[in-house]
Structures are given as structure tokens and as C-alpha cells.
Design a protein around this ligand. Sequence first.
Ligand SMILES: [Ca+2]
Ligand SMILES: [Ca+2]
Length: 355
Amino acid sequence: MSTTVLHLFFITFAGMASAASFHYETISVPGSQPTTTFVNGINDQGQLVGSFTDVSGVMRGFLLSPDHQTYTVIIAPGSTSTTAIGINNNGEVIGVAYYLTRPTVYIRSADGTAYTTFDIPGAPGAMIYDLSLNNRHQITGFAQTSGQLRSFYCTDSGTSCVSFAIPGADTTLARGINDSGQIVGSAAYGAAVRGFVADTSGVYTLFDVPVATLSTAPTGISTNGQIAGFYVGVTGQHNFVRSPDGSAYDSFDDPSVAPGNSYAMGVNSSGTVAGYSTPSFDKYQGFMAIRTMSGDLNGDGVVDCKDVAIVSASFGKRTGDPGFDARADVNNDGIVDIRDLSIVSQQLPAGTLCQ
Ligand SMILES: [Ca+2]
Ligand SMILES: [Ca+2]
């Protein structure tokens, strides 16, 4: 009996990383109507964007500073209501501005003094479901056009847009783009939903969270190629973060709500994930999951010279290099360097000297 249980355990977690843990923070916009906060995006500086409902019942966007001290309300000029959906590493925000009920995409300058707006070509006024903006002003997302959900890719801040689909998929939902132009999203084939990573020329690869049984739905990709999203496995829905080379996955749930009720919406290059949770029906709160970087690389429960040796053995190597050991890349940025060594060294017992 116990053998069977162990066996199942092994199968369930094969291919999943186990060392990472997360520290969680709940985000609720001060002065908002209770449990109306969505967090939709995070950048490498740790700035967060999202939406909330104000006291008069109107949806507004917000920007939260990296130290979580300063909330800036985002209202597109002249709009009836505004959502904030994505933020690039320059601090420019993308979202949807509603003029009465008509949605338009806006981009807000980092200092908030300038807004530019555009419509998805061929579908002015279409319902827009997701948006992502990178530092090169490339944009991706999906919208409902002609009764169908379709993905689009735009350049030059929306001056030029095309719709695109993963070949053979029934539905393609593009949800994130990073500064290298890597696009992530999901592709549905009947009841099965798979994740994809595509470049802007249309070359794509499909992937699945190893323990996913029904769906893998990436929602964001960081500058260094970490991918976050959610998936459905035998124990229901959970969030995931995939390492840049795709070799390791971490699975997690927001502990402040029941499992299956949190949705990772974005990830930055430190592996910090942002999203929102539903404590109960139609109630929303933002969350941030901050990766705790453990120096126990071999998982034996202690940080000692064996862990330092793992970093030393791969020192200077990058993802894909012969001999690259993903365990040594503690901060998950694709290279084993002094940053990784210093994380491990700082967790060594005082006075430890390693050869
Ligand atoms: Ca160890
Ligand atoms: Ca590293």
C-alpha cells in the first residue's frame, strides 16, 4: 500500500522542482470597495498594475510602487472607466479605457503625463481580454472579434497589428510578451489546452506543465524567460512558474484562499509572481508571491559546502551549455555567476570555509 502511494507521489511530482518556496503578500487598493482588487502585471523593478472598483462603483486602474507604499490611480483622460493590464520594464502601462461602453487600448507613459490610444485593427470596439507591452512597444493580447476570441500582435505602440493563431488550434490566447519578443499564451485543441512560446516571426513551441492533466495556461513571460501561469492537474487548478530553459517547474497556490482560487498573471526576472485570488464568489484580491531562494541546492536539508560545490561546478555556464546544472542557477536568470554563489554563501553557517 505504501509502495503504491510512494509510486504515485513520484509520478505526480516527476519533473517538478521542489526546493523553491514563496512568501506571499495580499494586495488591496486603499479606498477601494472591499475585495475588488485585481493584480494583472509586474515588471522587473517590482512595480505592479491592476484594477479595482472605487467607492462610486467605477473600475479604475492602479500602479503600485515596488516598496508597496504608493498607489497611483490610473484614469485614461475622458474615459468612463479604466483597467490597467500590463507594465513594461520602462514603467509604461497598457490597459483598456472605456468610453461609455466602447473599449479602446491605451498606453500610459511612465510618468503618467501622456496617453496614446488605439483600436485593434479590423475590430474597433471589440472586447479586449488581455494585453501585454514590452520595452520595444510590441504588444500582444486577445480580443473577441466576430464572436470569436482571437490573438493579435502589434508593433510601434499599436500602429501596426496582425491577428495570429497557433496552427491547428481551435483557439489561441496570447497573454504575454517580453523584451526579446517572446510571446506566451495557450492553444486549445478540443478539451486540451497547451502552453506555447512563440517568437514574432511565428516560430513556436508547445509545452505542458509535467503534472498537468487538462490544461496549461501561461499568462506572462519575464525578460529572462521565466513563464508563469496556471494549470489543471489531478488535484485541480494551481499556479506554476517555469524556468527559462523549461527544465524546472514550481507549483504553488495562494495560501490565503482555497486551492484552485488563485491566478498567476505575471512574473518578473526575479521570479516574483503577481496575480489575483478569489476568496469567495465574485470577490477579488491581489497577491504577490516572492520567491525564497534557498541555498540548499542538493535538497539534503542543510546549506553547506556541497551546495557551494554545485555552484562552483557550473560557474560561468549558461542554460544549454554542456555541464550546466539548473540547481546551480539559484536566481533562475539563466547563468551561474556570483549572484548565485552569494545567495548560497550568505546562507552558510557562520565561519564556514569551503575549498
Ligand atoms: Ca544542501
Ligand atoms: Ca543565476
